[in-house]
Design a protein around this ligand. Sequence first.
Ligand code: PA5
Length: 432
Amino acid sequence: MSNIKVDFSNSGVVNSDIMKYKNDVEKIHNDFYAKKDDENEFLGWLDLPTNYDKEEFERIKKAAKQIQNNSEVFITIGIGGSYLGARAVIEAMTNTFHNFKKRDVPQMLYAGNNISQRYILDMIDLIGDRDFSINVISKSGTTTEPAIAFRIFREILENKYGIDEARKRIYVTTDRKKGALKQLANEEEYETFVIPDNVGGRYSVLTAVGLLPIAVAGINIDKLMQGAKIAQDKYSDKNLKYNECYQYAVIRNVLYNEEKNTEILVNYEPKLHYFTEWWKQLYGESEGKDLKGIFPAGVDFTTDLHSMGQYIQEGRRNLFETVINIEKTDEDITIKADEDNLDGLNYLTGKTLDYVNKKAMEGTIQAHIKGGVPNILINIEGLDEENLGQLIYFFELSCAVSGKILGVNPFNQPGVEEYKKNMFKLLEKPGY
Ligand code: PA5
């Protein structure tokens, strides 16, 4: 069984300060568990790793097989919580260049997460005459970006295959009963998957929202759920003293109260880039409200040490870092000796690239701590489905608890409506 290990020793927060939150955390915990089955609370994600819809889960696997068999390309159409989780897992679990190499599963593309016409034109050009299927994902069923992309790709599918065959290539993930997309799916008889009422977009990666695209990419969703279940069990202890997930939530708040109002999620593995994007949305949308909240930033190291490293080392001291460390890699590259040694790298002879990467990490952590950037280190054993499932659950739970400690509602996002109202007015949408 794999395990997440969290090291707070360089956070600068002492145990006595953490334990001051013991009663608050216990109250939040009790409240969450008491309300978890309440349809009106957005707590459905809390026991999703055990209470997921098993029948739908099997249908997801079946649909994924069908898509793998009949499609060379698969487009996930969604925005925010309706696509970032899937992309985070797919990028982390597949070959870095999976979309460029020969593969057994469809090429994975993402649309409906912007309104750029160049992006759509380029995608149409890339697909060419290849067979493809789409999964449109929208809980509200009315979000503009995915709705536009869906209209475009649905038309392309219908022109290419005819209405009946196109229907078999359109998969809809939306609300159980309501919304424009649900209505359309009913009328057209598209295969439909459900986003449970009590699971908000950014907490939905372990529902069909994430699971269908993830399964299409050939990733083992059973193991992903098993990992999440390990975390669910492990972090169900209401005692702050024994619960690292709750400790992470508390430490973030302690640091925030000390004017550390920007958290940088750091990875040393580019495959985690979209995991960070998922994390940014989770924390940003959950906590950034009522004029409060830690600003969630992200960097890929060592790449960004050559762009953001200067600021982190010596810029404004309002930062703290949370580093994800992957302890083991599956294959090694060893640096060989070179007779001429013109590049001066012979001192690394016999060392693996991973060893060098780890030393870069250790050196950077030391430098940043010295520079006044507190550090939280999250160690995972390896990059696999089980570890990723754990990490997802760890961050979802800590985010919800952290938001509650901060005194905000971590499950709404009222601020997102402002730009929409202006945009609709400018576009002369009826009613605006
Ligand atoms: O977390 C959220 O609730 C949001 O990010 C939504 O997922 C995002 O706005 C997309 O909404 P919808 O699924 O309704 O299209």
